[in-house]
Design a protein around this ligand. Structure first.
Ligand code: SF4
Length: 385
């Protein structure tokens, strides 16, 4: 088990108490005043990793050499239970979260995930809105699960697919899994009404970049253009994928290749904090998006927090340390031996977010390569993309 950098909360409990009386901060959030971090970014989006396991071994996320058959995944007792995740989600919603994305590893490997989705679908924001429940999956079991996920209350899915060609797809995910089955999952999700569906393709120069146009062509003509394809620049996430800058194909180049075949026009962002730069096909046959964390950092309005499957709160995909919220869920207050209350946990979330100043992608190019390379960033498979 890789030793992780964890910031314990319990023993810093007193120093974590917010300057404002607890109710004030709670009241501020409910009164619609967003909880802002040090860069004035509100807390809007919570990603919950429900498992650290996956049935793929994508080289940019969970390389087989590291995540091999001897890799020690987390024991079930370490994982947050559905009740604990729901309690956390409820407290984050009270602090301004509007959207929950379930991730992993591969979230659909977590047994009875529909139960969790049903519990989250009951939650409401302070102004009575249901949460926007989404999920990112590799699509491997989506065909079987789509209907049940929708019935449980899931709204949308994002499916990862890195090539149309089976051989290249295998090179990217390092398991013997056919593209056709992922496409079957996407069709089933569409059938079940889990849309608008997004498909994410990580582009690695020299490995799958010649699949850019075939992917665009396929999804332009599929499901009436109901699927929005997004191209993600290959990122230096974690500390195990052997990332090199010369394997990054900048989004501008990806867009040029598509536009040479299918003219594109720019489209505005859907919502603040949206990671994709959106472009529509000039002939009206759908749209594509570009997620350019390496060449066009979007930290300026990053409103995302990430909860690992064992309850560590990370404030950035490239974070090195997580805040141990599970100790508040399962521990007792040193002062009186009582379990931590909702107000206690809300105060911790409040203070942690107010102290946030993460903006790794903006700083990446300023860091000396040796320093950037030495960072012990958390693995993406542990906190979700
Ligand atoms: S690098 Fe970190 S702060 Fe910047 S957009 Fe990504 S997750 Fe947000």
């Amino acid at each position: 088990m890789t030793e992780r950098n964890v910031i314990s909360i319990v023993d810093q409990r007193d120093s974590l108490r917010p300057p404002l009386p607890l109710t004030a901060s709670g009241a501020a959030a409910t009164a619609g005043t967003p909880l802002l971090d040090r860069l004035a970014r509100p807390l809007r989006d919570l990603r919950i990793s429900v498992t650290d396991r996956c049935n793929f071994r994508c080289s940019y996320c969970m390389p087989k050499e590291v995540f091999d058959r001897d890799y020690k995944f987390l024991p079930h007792s370490d994982l947050l239970s559905f009740e604990e995740m729901t309690r956390m989600a409820r407290l984050f919603a009270a602090q301004g979260v509007r959207k929950i994305r379930l991730t992993g590893g591969e979230p659909l490997l977590r047994k009875n995930l529909e139960l969790l989705i049903g519990m989250l679908a009951e939650l409401r924001t302070p102004d009575g809105q249901a949460l926007d429940l989404t999920l990112t999956t590799n699509g491997s079991v989506l065909a079987r699960k789509a209907r049940a996920l929708k019935d449980a209350g899931l709204r949308r899915v994002t499916v990862s697919l890195d090539a149309m060609d089976d051989a290249i797809f295998r090179r990217m995910n390092d398991v013997d899994f056919p593209v056709a089955d992922v496409l079957g999952g996407i069709a089933a999700a569409h059938e079940a009404g889990l849309g608008p569906i997004k498909v994410n393709m990580v582009v690695k120069r020299g490995t799958n970049d010649h699949e850019i146009v075939p992917m665009a062509r396929h999804f332009r003509d599929t499901l009436g253009g109901a699927v929005s394809l997004r191209f993600i620049e290959y990122m230096d996430v974690g500390a195990t994928n052997g990332w090199r800058m010369d394997e990054v194909l900048p989004s501008d180049e990806v867009r040029r290749r598509i536009a040479a075949e299918f003219p594109l026009v720019p489209v505005g962002a859907d919502a603040p904090g949206e990671t994709a730069e959106r472009w529509a096909y000039a002939d009206g046959r759908g749209e594509v998006g570009f997620i350019s964390s390496v060449t066009k950092a979007f930290c300026g309005d990053c409103n995302r927090a990430r909860l690992s499957t064992e309850g560590q709160l990370y404030l950035c995909l490239f974070g090195e340390r997580g805040y141990d919220l599970r100790s508040l869920l399962r521990g007792v207050r040193p002062a009186d031996g009582q379990p931590f209350s909702d107000a206690d946990i809300a105060a911790s979330i409040d203070l942690i977010w107010r102290g946030r100043s993460d903006r790794y992608s903006q700083l990446r190019s300023l860091l000396p390569p040796a320093e950037a390379g030495a960072k012990r960033r958390v693995e993406m498979s542990y906190i979700g993309g």
